[in-house]
Design a protein around this ligand. Structure first.
Ligand code: SF4
Ligand code: MG
Length: 316
């Protein structure tokens, strides 16, 4: 069952007269109720911009975001408030996203206060309940963010998101800034909370290894466009797009029973999203590029059941 549908979404940032960064450029996909959708791409691929646009932190340039079949950018009044509450975001850097001068309890209650959900003792009790839900303690409510470790701060960010009883959470690289030793703890917490609170996640990460085990489906972005999308298993076993194949070949294989893929080294850096290459955006780094790749943008097509890609190699 579909919870969210993104249709031909574009988000361009104008940086000078007639110059714009095409951060998100014509992306279409859906997220199903209850799933964890992993979104992967190098820095600058537009994945954070996509996440922020979906939750309404910025307005799209074109296209539609449908949440429960309603265009979220056209809502007003009560409906808009409800959707704003149901869609929450957790940021990469818990340090930067928590106000250093606010006590943790008030930080967690930001959404509760903004939506006027609770006050007085009920508000306090809810803060304590949320702290415990994320593995912290009631007495932590009086403290300030700097008194906590990076992992604890991310737990505070998660509690803040949960406070308004969301249904859908965009997690924008929630573990990338954390020590490797505590990344798994935060992931486990997020997975437990997903079950307890019936959540749906859009989980953004910069590498495939990070989302493999938690994602039901995965989308791969490159220079503002979606290159491939499928269930997690098929993406790893039968990647279709040359970019996905290159990303997979770069993951170190720790398990000796897994066949090591031949390493595909991509030439150069990704081109600028101000002036993306004509045709297929990946063509300047693709080992299989053909003439047509410079001439025509490859169509976003369902090549196999529930397995989408945009590449001229799969045109027939
Ligand atoms: Fe490579 Fe062409 Fe496919 Fe792009 S469309 S990934 S350049 S083969
Ligand atoms: Mg980012």
């Amino acid at each position: 069952e579909r919870l969210l549908e993104v249709k031909n979404l574009k988000k361009h940032f104008q940086i000078a007269k007639n110059v714009s960064v095409k951060s998100v450029d014509d992306i279409s996909f859906e997220i199903r109720r209850g799933e964890t959708f992993g979104l992967v791409g190098e820095s600058g691929s537009g994945k954070s911009t996509l996440g922020k646009t979906i939750v309404g932190l910025q307005h799209s340039t074109a296209g539609e975001i449908l949440y429960n079949d309603q265009n979220v950018e056209k809502l007003s009044g009560k409906d808009k408030k409800r959707v704003n509450r149901e869609m929450q975001i957790i940021f990469q850097d818990p340090q930067a996203s928590l106000n250093p001068r606010m006590r943790v309890g008030d930080i967690i209650a930001e959404g509760i206060d903004a939506h006027k959900l609770l006050k007085g003792q009920a508000r306090k009790d809810r803060i304590y309940e949320l702290l415990e839900k994320v593995g912290l303690r009631a007495e932590h409510a009086k403290r300030f963010p700097h008194e906590f470790s990076g992992g604890q701060r991310q737990r505070i960010g998660i509690a803040r998101a949960l406070a308004v009883e969301p249904k859908f959470i965009v997690a924008d690289e929630p573990i990338s800034a954390l020590d490797v030793s505590i990344q798994a703890q935060v992931i486990n917490l997020m997975e437990d909370l997903k079950e307890q609170e019936d959540l749906t996640y859009l989980f953004i990460a910069h590498d495939l290894g990070m989302v493999k085990h938690i994602s039901d489906r995965i989308g791969v972005m490159y220079l503002g466009m979606m290159m491939e999308l499928s269930n997690s298993h098929d993406l790893f076993e039968e990647p279709l797009h040359p970019y996905t194949q290159a990303l997979l070949s770069a993951i170190p294989v720790a398990d000796p029973t897994v066949v090591k893929r031949e390493r595909i080294v991509l030439a150069g850096d990704p081109p600028s999203p101000v002036n993306p290459p004509s045709g297929c955006r990946f063509r300047t780094r693709c080992p299989f590029a053909m003439d047509i790749c410079a001439e025509k943008v490859p169509e976003w097509r369902e090549v196999r059941e529930d397995h989408w890609t945009a590449c001229h190699l799969y045109n027939n």
